[in-house]
Design a protein around this ligand. Structure first.
Ligand code: FCB
Length: 456
């Protein structure tokens, strides 16, 4: 008999998330594949290659494990470059393959959520400046309409665009050094141009693309639910009493989180410089919020950083437990803080990504338990969190970090394509199947956390 139990609602969706380029393999016709070919772009010059072979039978094998874990939902993305390999030319075999994948999910009781753009662009679009000009908007709308028309009997939950802020920052803003020394750095995603102006133009065009897609989807499928997956981070002042640190943290938050969250609610994109932009069709074009949450940053004012001063420097939190490769601080309470903040929007919320790189899986069980507890708390305060998609189901190609960061509940041997469910996957399976966390489970998987999970 359990002494303490955290219950989740019976219709809560349990699952994991993946993205096409990271798992499918041989996505030779997109800008990421091209980017990987140039030495220096990807850590240790690794390549996506066969990835997790989701275009082959890796997909079925991972899906079987997801079903075995008791997943009831999965977030995947479809690859624009496969569906529309040349401008205006649509590939029915690629669409059939996606139909097959969604059907395979449904057969296993797994409800798909489909993302229409997750970082990668077809080469033909990259040759026409990707998202830098408004030309992309009708192209995106046409691709979305074709895709939704073809898949709508299998899916009614859509994410138009994944993380416009990350896409714009990683592709158009050089990374700053955490040491506070100015270093020459370049953006880590294609197209690798260093231009703040372009970054803001890209975000505005993604918002235009989202608005166009939102209405196109609803025209084809009135009952559809359509959202954006927003990457939100916590920005806290490194020295809480320092006014300048607080100012910098506030600015970062505004720039990275707030303006993007606000835009589809109000129709207005507040750029940090210049007048706000009103985007046609954007106001209210959001049925749910997708929250991708990973970590928080400590922000410090630094006068030696003339370009970064307004936004401060990110400095490590000396007290934090960090995930692999210094990827980020483990900060479960941040999830609750963000959910509290999102409550004001009045929209249903899905946690569309949450996870950590943890090759040896020593932190992931505790990560899962503590983050899910924060969601449980939020639900108990009547915040409408509808589901949780752990990033990720299986180890996959982590963009500029290559294969060095392992996010999977399933461990993948990239050479042999062998799979093994990690212990955290076993734990998550118990939670999904039972819809709860109890003291017995915590005792078995992370006994040191008993007091944290069940205080008092
Ligand atoms: C998110 C991306 C996802 C994955 C995780 C670790 O920003 O959406 O593709 O790379 O980070």
């Amino acid at each position: 008999m359990a002494k303490a139990t955290l219950y989740f609602p019976p219709d809560f969706k349990w699952g994991a998330a993946t993205a096409a380029h990271q798992v499918e393999g041989n996505n030779t016709n997109n800008d990421w594949w091209a980017w990987e070919q140039t030495p220096g772009h990807i850590r240790r010059d690794q390549k996506s290659g066969l990835a997790a072979d989701w275009w082959g039978d890796g997909f079925e094998r991972d899906l079987d494990l997801a079903a075995q874990m008791g997943h009831t939902a999965h977030r995947l993305s479809v690859e624009w470059a496969r569906i529309e390999p040349q401008e205006g030319v649509f590939d029915s075999a690629a669409i059939d393959r996606y139909r097959y994948m969604l059907t395979a999910m449904r057969r296993r009781g797994i409800e798909p959520m489909v993302t229409l753009h997750h970082f990668s662009n077809p080469l033909w679009l990259a040759q026409r400046d990707s998202w830098e000009t408004t030309a992309v908007v009708p192209w995106f709308e046409r691709y979305v309409s074709k895709t939704v028309e073809a898949l709508k009997d299998l899916c009614d939950l859509w994410v138009t665009i994944n993380e416009p802020n990350v896409y714009a920052v990683a592709g158009y803003v050089a990374e700053q050094a955490a040491t506070g020394d100015q270093v020459e750095a370049s953006p880590v995603f294609p197209p690798g141009k260093n231009s703040l102006n372009l970054a803001f133009a890209v975000i505005a065009n993604m918002l235009r693309g989202h608005a166009a897609a939102y209405h196109a989807i609803h025209k084809l499928q009135p009952e559809a639910r359509v959202g954006i997956a927003q990457n939100m981070r916590l920005f806290d002042p490194a020295r809480p009493d320092n006014v300048l640190d607080r100012f910098c943290a506030y600015n970062r938050d505004r720039l990275f989180n707030y303006t993007l969250l606000n835009a589809p609610l109000t129709g207005r994109y507040d750029r940090p410089f210049g007048a706000p932009q009103w985007i046609r069709g954007l106001k209210g074009a959001l049925d749910f919020i997708g929250l991708n949450y990973y970590s928080r940053e400590f922000v410090k004012f630094d006068r030696r950083q003339p370009t970064g001063w307004l936004f401060g420097q990110s400095v490590p939190n000396p007290d934090a437990v960090m995930s692999d490769g210094g990827y980020g601080e483990l900060y479960p309470h941040g999830l609750f803080r963000l959910l509290k903040r999102l409550e004001r929007t009045g929209k249903p919320i899905f946690i569309t990504e949450n996870g950590l790189p943890d090759h040896d899986d020593d932190l992931r069980p505790g990560f899962l338990l503590t983050h899910l507890r924060e969601i449980w708390r939020a639900i108990n305060q009547n915040i409408p969190v509808m589901g949780y998609y752990h990033w990720s189901l299986v180890d996959n190609f982590e963009w500029a970090e290559g294969w060095d960061l392992r996010f999977g509940l399933i461990e993948l041997n990239v050479e042999t394509q062998a799979r093994r469910l990690r212990r955290s996957g076993e734990l998550y399976g118990e939670i999904c199947r039972r819809g709860l966390i109890d003291d017995g489970l915590v005792y078995e998987y992370a006994p040191a956390l008993l007091d944290t999970l069940f205080p008092g």
